[in-house]
Design a protein around this ligand. Sequence first.
Ligand code: CO
Length: 213
Amino acid sequence: MKLEKVFEKNQEWIEKKLSIDPGYFQKLSKGQNPEILYIGCSDSRVTAEELMGLEPGDAFVHRNIANQVIPIDSNINAVIQYAVEYLHVRHIVVCGHYECGGIKAALEPSDMGQLNSWLKTIRDVYRLHRKELDAIQNAQEKFDRLVELNVQEQCLNVMKIDHVQRSWYKTKLPKIHGWVFDVRTGKIIDLKIDVEREFNELISIYGLNITEE
Ligand code: CO
């Protein structure tokens, strides 16, 4: 792809938007009020808005390798705090995807330099669910299951954050959802993780005892 093409495509997009609504960009510049915070993988095949059929302004987006929510990552902490405290998003979606390179790399021990520490938390997910994963004979099924379990653990990591607990205590929002995008079919699969139930089991460990201010 030639990069010049990007600017041509951009111009086409502007014209298309304006032909439907001449005030489109004027409205867009007024501010954002997204209902969803989407946390997904950086993988080029797994776009955020396009696969959900969303438009600019619909979703606040954070992407990193293997859609991880790492508590000491100040980037994701800032994104979540802003989304919860200022944008008041109603939903936080953690969306993994099958055939995720980050998950695959974590399954295959090798020294990947800078990536080692990033992949470590996926290996932690493996360790937490080792019994279940090691019982799966088929390598593809095991790979797929680790993708799903990683989503589940990252949903729980969202719940461990103080801003999220504070908001939950007051409003029971945002709702947290774990999804997997199947790159083999294009389908988004809702893992139907009962984050509230999962978290209640762990509250004695991760609850921050946040009371109403
Ligand atoms: Co990925």
